[in-house]
Design a protein around this ligand. Structure first.
Ligand code: NOJ
Ligand code: MG
Length: 587
């Protein structure tokens, strides 16, 4: 090897072992969302109030005190709008009404009222990319009714010169397997659907659609919501067609052999278009205008995108324009999905966000959602406390998916019981790769009948097997539990100025040990240490920070930790059991 490349390697090795440091964003007063803990509710699986085995709004209202007790700031609700439920609410037939199974507008108002009394904020899911094919807009568009002709992306397709047969306009694939084009007999054209056949894509090149969707935002803001989680942003716009009205084909990506899988092709023309970023800036204006006119707290935009950093970071806005408050940071999910759990992979996930985030913006940390396997199953049950600690100790905003606070694990759902369209569009041999049912099983309130989720005799999805040992009732009465650890973390975050405003330093100390330190002048320093390995280790924290020589007080330990809260430990020889995670303070 050349001397130069050896030197470069050496420098790189040194650099990667150095601690990373991030200063606190600013000393200006922070708005509520900048230090918030968001909690995602999947309404269908949270709490059933009427015995039909399906969660509902009154169920959520009855459990708002649970959220208050957890200490979280805000709940974001997966869609509650009228829907044929092909994609469990992500196929909306009326954006201005509530799904009858979930309740009524009156029930929704009662939910908002109770949340306000408890000082909890409610954020709704905004699904801009598509509607249900049962929506009035689509029905009218099929009939080419005036004003609705171009509400969706319609195309004649093309004629195959050899067979003479009509074919879809392009080879584009939908997320849920198979072609993204569907022929409509009545209109005699194809329509685009980046998700299921029953989810036609709205046409954002039509100003009427843009205005209609802004009406949706204003309507729910007027009902008192505190913002929106915006669904599926990458496919909002597709590339413009050429002069002949033709769209380009995508090329084979080489990442899978399965021709039905969306990953079979690139998504150059059907995702991450610049117009999408601008649309989000326009929605931000809708929110800010609403506040200017009606007063009240800021409402927020949370953006769902699994795009690369160069695209994702643009959502935040630029020097002249405000964008989304928080584009979701899924790196702790995606990096580890690809590479497995380890201290250095955790560090890579954190770096990927903090080193790409524009200055002055607020970071956020998401552990899971209704589309990804449960955190305890993905990271391993032994790491759930450590990961909950991580998202609560890192700077900015944390996002918890319902059940992560008690360590819920995936349900086992047979092919016969599978209901998720992604799973159903595959086959019995491969459905487990695609189905999202396992992470959507009913919330585990008790160890009793149907986990206390419903008084009825059935549940819309089977319960996860471990509900008798993993449930709220038990974890509240046990001396130590995931739930109690979670609550202590939220309380610490809410009370600690250091966690809210302090600077951040983090490092992979050895192969398995990850350390995060938060510091603020005149406030106690907080240190998180996690052993991601399966052997015990002795850690010298002065290696990480040469000033870290005074003893540290233990605030919170992971569930199997044998260390005593309130005891002081020597940072120069801190022993850590396998998977042990500790939150300590200099106080
Ligand atoms: C993302 C949502 O999280 C997912 O559940 C849904 O299937 C798609 N978007 C389509 O709306
Ligand atoms: Mg119900």
């Amino acid at each position: 090897m050349e001397l130069l490349s050896l030197l470069t390697l050496l420098l790189l090795a040194i650099a990667s072992n150095e601690a990373c440091q991030v200063q606190s964003s600013s000393s200006e007063t922070t708005d509520w969302w900048q230090t918030a803990q968001f909690y995602q509710i999947y309404p269908r699986s949270f709490k059933d109030s009427d015995g039909d085995g399906i969660g509902d709004l009154n169920g959520i209202t009855s459990k708002l005190e649970y959220l208050k007790d957890l200490g979280v700031t805000a709940a974001w609700l997966s869609p509650i709008f009228k829907s044929p439920m092909v994609d469990f609410g992500y196929d909306i037939s009326d954006f201005f009404d509530i799904q009858p199974e979930y309740g009524t507008l009156k029930d929704f108002r009662a939910l908002i009222k109770r949340a306000k009394e408890l000082d909890l904020k409610i954020v709704l899911d905004f699904v801009p990319n598509h509607s249900s094919n049962e929506s009035e807009w689509f029905q009218k568009s099929v009939k080419r009714e005036k004003g609705y002709e171009d509400y969706y992306v319609w195309h004649d397709g093309k004629v195959n010169s050899t067979t003479g047969k009509r074919e879809p306009p392009t080879n584009w694939l939908q997320y849920f397997r198979g072609s993204a084009w569907e022929w409509n007999d009545q209109r005699q054209q194809y329509y685009l659907h980046q998700f299921a056949v029953q989810q036609p894509d709205l046409n954002y090149r039509n100003p009427l659609v843009v205005e209609q969707m802004k009406r949706v935002l204003r309507y729910w803001l007027n009902e008192g919501v505190s913002g929106f989680r915006c669904d599926a942003l990458p496919p909002l716009f597709e590339v413009l067609p050429d002069g002949d009205g033709q769209f380009p084909d995508e090329v084979v990506s080489g990442s899978t052999e399965d021709e039905e899988d969306r990953d079979y092709l690139t998504t150059t023309y059907i995702e991450n278009q610049p117009e999408t970023i601008d649309m989000v800036y326009q929605w931000r204006t809708v929110l800010d205008d609403h506040k200017r006119i009606y007063g009240g707290n800021s409402s927020v935009l949370l953006i769902e995108t699994y795009s690369p950093a160069w695209f994702t970071m643009q959502f935040y806005g630029n020097r002249s324009t405000e964008g989304a408050h928080l584009p979701f940071n899924f790196n702790l999910i995606t990096v580890m999905e690809q590479k497995g759990i380890s201290a250095s992979n955790v560090q890579e996930a954190i770096d990927l966000w903090l080193k790409n985030m524009p200055a002055g913006r607020t970071p956020n940390w998401v552990l899971g959602n209704h589309d990804k396997r449960r955190a305890a199953s993905r990271y391993g049950k032994e790491h759930i406390d450590g990961m909950n600690m991580l998202v609560m100790i890192l700077p900015g905003v944390s996002v918890t998916y319902q059940g992560e606070e008690i360590g819920m694990t995936d349900g086992e759902i047979s092919w016969e019981d599978t209901v998720d369209p992604w799973g159903c569009n595959s086959n019995p041999d491969i459905y487990e790769q695609y189905t999202r049912d396992p992470e959507r099983t009913p919330f585990q309130w008790t160890g009793g009948t149907n986990a206390g989720f419903t008084n009825g005799s059935t549940t819309w999805l089977p319960l996860a097997a471990d509900y008798e040992t993993i449930n709220v009732e038990k974890e509240l009465s046990d001396g130590v539990s995931h739930l109690k650890i979670y609550k202590q973390l939220v309380a610490l975050r809410r009370s600690s100025k250091t966690l809210q405003n302090g600077s951040t330093k983090y490092q992979t100390l050895s192969e398995d040990i990850f350390v995060v330190q938060r510091s603020l002048t005149k406030s106690a320093t907080i240190v998180l240490v996690i052993n991601f390995g399966s052997v015990a280790k002795i850690v010298d924290l002065s290696q990480f920070d040469k000033n870290r020589t005074e003893s540290l007080l233990l605030l919170i330990g992971s569930i199997d930790s044998t260390k005593k809260k309130g005891t002081r430990y020597d940072p120069k020889s801190l022993s850590l059991d396998p998977s042990e995670a500790l939150v300590l303070t200099s106080e």
